[in-house]
Design a protein around this ligand. Structure first.
Ligand code: ATP
Length: 303
């Protein structure tokens, strides 16, 4: 398999604190690679190192097969576009004029700007000023900035944070277009796991600066189990009953839990009722990315 990005035991230390702890990640060419991790897991730190905004303390990475200590790294970085922080737009300018400024700053031709505006769904914004754009439009304009250099690899840190449902759909469709039509490999970090699950072809699960698992979307699909999802008046009581049965389960809130051990529903309901635990609803469901992730990082009980 061809990889656009591979890291090898990458470490980043701030004093004694290890923001990255031997992080090894492999981003296949052509993939949409979802980086999943809690706040502070190290996602932004990794992105800043790859994009050259920061240096690693130890370890190495290769981008397009070029090692980070090779002089050619600057050259291959030009094939990479990144949106790490909210890009600074010119509020009084239209989308196209904003992009023209960007081409001037980079000293490159502006002949592809109409295509880029089309790709990011901003072709019809005419003279509308950026200050009057919705957050989703601004986000897409930010991504358009990173497309000006015609990248083969796009790195996006939380690109759908703060967007409303419509904005999320627009960004999702745009990313899929960039991946499918232009063949751009995309590395994306997001907290919105349901959304990531609609996009990603590969995943890296990061915890405390370390990749604890990497897998393809197909492997994730296989790994996610079928669960009996229950809504009860009191999951503490549910836990007591399930512990007594030696069952495997995961509690999400005072009302919701998934039970993974196959079991007869009637005896379970009767055992719960005896403990004054009443079932509001029950349904079979496939484990979600969020649930799988919670299981991996051990933020839950008895799994
Ligand atoms: P989030 O999802 O909240 O953005 P993240 O996974 O992107 O989190 P990072 O921003 O990479 O996490 O931060 C990883 C850890 O490194 C955090 O505990 C953060 O506080 C710490 N950290 C980041 N930059 C510095 C710094 N300059 N000095 C000290 N600690 C830092």
């Amino acid at each position: 398999m061809d990889y656009i990005l591979q890291t090898q035991k990458l470490c980043k230390q701030y004093g004694k604190f290890k923001a990255l702890n031997e992080l090894t990640i492999n981003v296949p060419k052509g993939s949409i690679y979802g980086m999943v991790g809690r706040n502070g897991a190290g996602k932004t730190t990794l992105i800043r190192i790859i994009t050259g905004l920061n240096n690693a303390t130890s370890g190495e990475f290769s981008l397009f097969g070029v090692k980070n200590n090779d002089g050619k790294i600057l050259e291959v970085r030009r094939k990479t576009g990144a949106v790490v922080e909210t890009p600074s737009l010119h509020p009084e300018m239209s989308a196209k004029d904003n992009l023209i400024q960007q081409t001037k700053a980079l000293g490159i031709s502006d002949e592809k700007l109409d295509d880029i505006l089309k790709l990011v769904g901003l072709a019809n914004t005419g003279k509308k000023k950026a200050k009057n754009f919705s957050l989703g439009m601004r986000q897409r304009l930010g991504i358009a900035f990173s497309l000006v250099g015609d990248p083969e690899f796009l790195i996006l840190d939380e690109p759908i944070n703060g967007l409303d449902p419509q904005g999320i759909i627009e960004v999702r469709e745009m990313l899929m277009r960039l991946n499918k039509e232009k063949g751009i490999t995309i590395l994306i970090s997001s907290h919105i796991l349901d959304e990531l699950a609609r996009l990603a072809t590969h995943y890296g699960f990061i915890e405390q600066g370390h990749v604890i698992k990497e897998m393809s979307a197909e492997e994730l699909e296989k790994a996610c189990r079928t669960a009996l999802h229950v809504n009860v008046n009191n999951t503490a009581m549910l836990s007591e009953v399930l512990d007594g049965m030696g069952a495997e389960y995961r509690v999400y809130s005072v009302n919701e839990a998934d039970i993974f051990t196959p079991m007869q529903v009637t005896p379970l309901v009767l055992a719960l009722n005896e403990k004054n635990c009443f079932v509001n609803s029950m349904s079979e469901r496939h484990e979600s990315l969020e649930s799988y992730f919670m299981g991996l990082v051990g933020g839950v009980r008895n799994v």
